[in-house]
Each structure stands twice: as C-alpha cells, then as structure tokens.
Design a protein around this ligand. Sequence first.
Ligand code: FE2
Ligand code: FE2
Length: 170
Amino acid sequence: MPRAAAKKTARKGTGASKRATASDAAPRAPRKLTKAQLIAELNKDLAKEFAALIQYVQHAAALTGPQYGAIQAELVVHSNEEHMHAISLSDQIDFLGGVPAVDVGDIHISPDSKTMLELDLDGELDAIVRYKERVAQAEMLQEYGLRRALEDILIVEEEHARDLQDALEL
Ligand SMILES: [Fe+2]
Ligand SMILES: [Fe+2]
C-alpha cells in the first residue's frame, strides 16, 4: 500500500508506552549451530508462517471500521505472502535434507480492530529479528541459496511491518 503522505512525528496522547519499530529489530548475534539445528529453527519459522497466514485471514475478515479499509485489503495480500514464505521455507528445509513440519504456531486474535493490527505488528517485528538471525546463520554454514531465500522473506516482512505501522499511525 502507498505510504502515508504525512507521517506523524509526535505520538498521540500521553503516557503511551513506546512501541517497537521495524528499525528497532536489531539482529541477535548469530548462535553457532549445526545444519540439523538450522533445519529445526527453520521448522519453527515455518510454523509461525502457517500461523501468520491464518491470523491474517481471520483479521482481514473480522477487522471493522472505515479507517481500516485500506489495511483490510492489505491483510489479504499479507496472508498470501505468508503462504509463499511457508512454501519457500518448506522447499529450503527439504533441500537441506530435512522434513518440512506441518505444525502451526500460536495465533493471536482480538475483538478490537486496533489490537488486531498491533498483534500483527508484534508478529512481523518478531519475524524480522528471527530472519535477520537466520540469514546470519545461513551465511555461517555457507548455505548461500538459503541465505538468498531468507533475505527475500525478510524484505517482505519489513514491508508488512511498515504497512501495519502506517495503519496504526506509528
Ligand atoms: Fe512471512
Ligand atoms: Fe509478514
């Protein structure tokens, strides 16, 4: 979606706790790990992709309020992109000699539309941290094809976070 023409520079209200932003999602120092451990981490990422795609389907349907019309359509796009991430991760896990898992991570829903978007943003910021770490781990194991696939996913997660931040006027 197009970026908001005029981003707010001041936070509305007082005493609002500062929310993390995509640029705050600093990479953790990559832990040394074996290929088997990397496959296990990728399977955890895969479970979170399945959860995210379901969460976006639910939120796109349940979100209400005229101010959320644009982001509602965007959540459907996000869901489809999480599906593509699940396919990419599954292919990479198989290529590395692992078995792609079919677990689904925790799904977060709310009766409140703003809370839904905040929950979605929390998930994206978590994904950005995880994929930055995973890119570094792929690099460490000289799995350059995997690194490229993970970088492509990371770029999309950063776009997702920006879409949600714009909708939340952060
Ligand atoms: Fe994703
Ligand atoms: Fe995402």
